[in-house]
Write a protein that binds this ligand. Structure first.
Ligand SMILES: Nc1ncnc2c1ncn2[C@@H]1O[C@H](COP(=O)(O)OP(=O)(O)O)[C@@H](O)[C@H]1O
Ligand SMILES: [Mg+2]
Length: 421
């Protein structure tokens, strides 16, 4: 797990490099005020906290030694309460904010070096942006709104409309191309915002609280759509939210911020099972307490693999799954074959399923609650659900556990109001 605590501000903790890195923040500080590189910065570097820096200097510490590294194709979520520095962080990526110290790299370019036309071109070509309050032209039709950025780039009408229609199709609004924006609902307008960002086919999407103003049901749909689009197009998405729920649901990794500093970076599973600090634990703990959801509500069809299958047959039966259980003639799980193990064994010429199977797998019952299963879910492999006789009756996929957690939105919202507002 990569996690960066920020107890000692005097040292720069570099983010561990990731493969295919496309965005990197290295020791980034952002101080707001008349003299950003003055005493406020000295104090910040010495590890003095945000409130104290403000009290002593009247300067706001927007970012404090922020380090993260995002690989191509990842949905990287920055999560934190209001004022924690999320927007400031994302704005360093397109240099809407110059940084006080540190470096921001995007696809091998040091963003701080860009100015004027080169900065504009870089933003245009590399990234699309979606914000909570998205400025659409109410009197223009949908397709012209989506194609607006392309028009600014002087893309000819035909090509522009073609690209705009493709983007509209991605968000399911082709049929509305000719409608006026003012005729559409808030959720649809936010989709148009997303389509606009996608129209120029940028590598990177920057989404700052893009779904936060939507009501929960629409928001969930938008999250699903975003994940679908992501599956299809493999964009890199820097996604900002103040909603833990949303963060865990859409993020491949989640970066939790507090007072301008990174508190923890990890997969949703890691955040839940290994909270790095008491602060994160508090968020997570409440999720736990609130969970009364039983395994039976989340489990899916077991689809076991007969123990007498060949290894090849087992591997084909696994498609799309991380692993499956092998059952004996009584239907009891005796082992698990993972895609990884299977392919490795087959790679060295084995045809024997029994040899590739592992016997250490997690087992639960239908009436267990999900909060008992975070740790096993963190292993990323399915969990066997058995009845009183030990017969396999279903399986739990770690993804489903995390997704199910996302459904307690009101609970977490209420918790944030109570504890942090
Ligand atoms: N332009 C600015 N001038 C002064 N302070 C700012 C400015 N922008 C943000 N801040 C301050 O920086 C901190 C982080 O803000 P922001 O990144 O907007 O937080 P978030 O997006 O997490 O709500 C806050 O204390 C905010 O008041
Ligand atoms: Mg913000």
């Amino acid at each position: 797990m990569s996690n960066f605590t920020s107890t000692n501000g005097s040292s720069t903790k570099q983010a561990s490099p990731v493969d295919n890195e496309i965005i990197r923040l290295d020791g980034v500080y952002k101080i707001f005020g008349a003299q950003p590189r003055g005493r406020a910065y000295e104090l910040a570097k010495a590890g003095v906290g945000k409130n104290e820096v403000q009290a002593q200097t009247g300067h706001v510490m927007g970012l404090h030694d922020v380090n993260f590294s995002v690989p191509q194709g990842e949905i990287f979520v920055v999560m934190g309460l209001s004022g924690s520095g999320k927007s400031t962080a994302i704005r360093t990526v397109n240099k809407l904010h110059p940084v006080t110290a540190g470096e921001v790299w995007v696809d091998g370019v040091n963003v701080q070096d860009l100015n004027g036309p080169s900065l504009q071109a870089f933003r245009r070509e590399k990234m699309g942006m979606v914000f909570q309050h998205f400025a659409l032209f109410p009197h223009r039709n949908v397709i012209d709104n989506v194609g607006y950025g392309l028009k600014v780039q002087k893309v000819p009408r035909r090509e522009r409309d073609k690209q705009s229609m493709r983007a509209l199709a991605l968000v399911g609004l082709e049929a509305y191309a000719q409608n006026a924006v003012s005729e559409l609902s808030g959720g649809m307008q936010q989709r148009i915002g997303l389509a606009r960002a996608l129209a120029s086919d940028p590598d990177i999407l920057l989404m700052d609280e893009a779904f936060s103003a939507l009501d929960p049901l629409i928001r969930r749909q938008m999250q699903d759509e975003l994940m679908e689009i992501q599956n299809e197009l493999r964009k890199t998405i820097l996604f900002i939210t103040h909603d833990l729920n949303e963060a865990l649901r859409v993020g491949n990794r989640v970066c939790i911020m507090k007072d301008g500093a990174v508190v923890q970076i990890g997969t949703p599973e890691e955040i839940l099972t290994q909270p790095a600090t008491g602060y994160v634990a508090e968020f997570v703990q409440d999720v736990d307490q609130g969970r009364v959801i039983q395994v039976r509500e989340v489990m899916v069809e077991a689809k076991p693999i007969p123990h007498d299958s060949t290894l090849d047959d087992a591997i084909s039966a696994l498609t799309g799954r991380a692993g499956a259980f092998c059952c004996d003639n009584a239907g009891k799980p005796i082992g698990m074959i993972t895609t990884e193990d299977g392919i490795r064994a087959a790679g060295v010429g084995s045809t024997d399923l029994a040899k590739a199977m592992r016997e250490d797998f997690d087992v639960t019952t239908a009436d267990a609650t999900l909060n008992e299963l975070y740790a096993p879910a963190g292993r990323g492999l399915p969990i066997a659900v058995v009845d009183d006789n030990g017969v396999l009756i279903g399986r739990l996929e770690p993804r489903d556990i995390m997704e199910e957690m996302g459904r307690v939105e009101n609970l977490i919202d209420g918790f944030e109001r109570e504890v942090f507002m």
